[in-house]
Design a protein around this ligand. Structure first.
Ligand SMILES: Cc1ncc(COP(=O)(O)O)c(C=O)c1O
Length: 403
């Protein structure tokens, strides 16, 4: 069964016309501009994800309740934390989000090509060679160095446009951003560049979910800097999900919220009111009864302590199910927990369903959802919640529920 992409409308046609104006010829060598992406949909996939869009709207409303009239940027990088970039962004913008935050120019272009015309902020540094594309697609850019600002300014002037930028400040995460002591001069330099507007200034907390002191130190550094610069016309932003919910004083003019919007709450942000947006399911593809003492999966890391009914589920680490959940994770089948046994394989995971009544081939198991929460799985996999969902691969089909 085939379905075509629903949205091949006027906006895409407009974009195609604008592409012909674009000065960089190499960009025109990709897919034919009028090509329509065709997706093969398997009505009985071995594994799939269900996305509950009303839950996303509900969570965005919870965030809105904490930020009043500040701009709500939904952070949708890494395929909207595995939830699907374009459908999530499109829905969120109609249901509470004002801007979309991405990590790369490519993610921004994917949104523009889907007809999304909201402000899009690229949260990570870009390379100078990406400036032309980024300006062409009207992406807001983080600029931490004057030479990058100059490249963006030049690209904007060549296109007769104004590039919009934000200045990231490193207040302690030590990932990127200008040092606070360099910011006044950098800001003045960027403001002098033709074709470039500095619209905002922001920082990012290193541990706002769990470390109050470190967050307070970063906020103090940021606050001291803000008192030294001319803030006129600048949007101030600092807070991610945890800071938005825990520290109303750091909301400023905009928040950049990811994990809270997806209803994943490792920091007790909303007193249990957030609703998970993503459920991950896989079918039982094979069943076998193994005698006590037999080994299960690669390298024989699991030995059946008794006669064991082993179910083989149709998802593995090649789909993004963490291999670190080998002999540690669990799924639910018919509401009953079934432990992961042996090493997780690339395309399958094996679970002990001895205690699950009447299991059959084709049954649905819940890898994430029911009682298998992202928070608990992240503890078992010894990683953070963000990694659990962003790892889910594109070969796992996403199904979107609108109501
Ligand atoms: C700069 C920036 N802001 C905001 C966020 C959103 O963080 P969270 O998902 O914890 O809300 C991220 C995510 O890593 C980020 O890198």
């Amino acid at each position: 069964m085939y379905i075509g992409f629903v949205k091949v409308g006027e906006e895409r046609a407009k974009r195609t016309r604008r592409l012909s104006d674009f000065p960089c010829k190499r960009l025109r060598c990709g897919a034919h501009p009028l090509s329509v992406k065709i997706t093969c949909v398997n009505p009985y996939p071995r594994t799939w994800i269900e996305i509950d869009l009303p839950a996303l709207a509900h969570n965005l409303a919870l965030v809105r309740g904490r930020i009043g009239g500040a701009v709500l940027t939904l952070v949708a990088k890494a395929d909207a934390y595995g939830h699907g970039l374009v459908p999530v962004a499109r829905f969120a913008l109609r249901n509470g989000a004002d801007w979309i935050g991405v990590a790369t120019v490519q993610e921004g272009i994917a949104l523009r090509d889907a007809g999304i015309d909201s402000p899009i902020l690229v949260l990570s540094p870009i390379l100078e060679v990406e400036a032309q594309q980024a300006v062409f697609y009207d992406l807001r850019l983080m600029v931490e160095r004057l030479d990058l600002g100059q490249a963006i300014s030049q690209a904007a002037q060549e296109m007769g446009r104004q590039a919009i930028t934000h200045l990231p400040v490193d207040t302690g995460l030590a990932r990127f951003g200008a040092s606070p002591e360099d910011v006044p001069d950098l800001l003045a330099g960027l403001r002098r560049l033709p074709g470039l507007k500095v619209e905002g200034i922001g920082t990012h907390f290193a541990d706002s979910g769990f470390n109050r002191e470190r967050t307070a130190e970063q906020a103090a550094t940021f606050g001291a800097l803000l008192s030294k610069i001319d803030r006129e016309g600048l949007m101030i932003h600092a807070s991610n999900s945890a800071a938005t919910s825990k520290y109303p004083e750091h909301v400023h003019d905009m928040v950049r919220v990811g994990i809270a919007a997806y209803g994943i709450d490792p920091y007790d942000m909303f007193g249990g009111l957030a609703r998970p947006v993503l459920t991950w399911k896989a079918r039982v593809m094979s069943l076998r009864r193994r005698p006590a003492g037999s080994l299960v999966s690669y390298s024989g890391t699991f030995e059946c302590p008794r006669e064991t009914l082993v179910a083989t589920l149709g998802a593995g680490y090649g789909d993004g199910y963490p291999r670190s959940l080998s002999n540690a994770g669990f799924v639910t089948l018919g509401g009953v927990r079934a432990p992961v046994i042996g090493l997780v394989c690339m395309d399958q995971v094996l679970v002990d369903v001895t205690n699950v009544p009447s299991v059959a081939i084709g049954d649905e198991a819940c890898l994430i959802g029911d009682s298998a929460t992202v928070v608990e799985l992240s503890h078992l996999a010894k990683t953070n919640v963000h990694e659990i969902v962003t790892r889910i691969m594109s070969r796992v089909p996403r199904r979107y529920r609108m109501e």
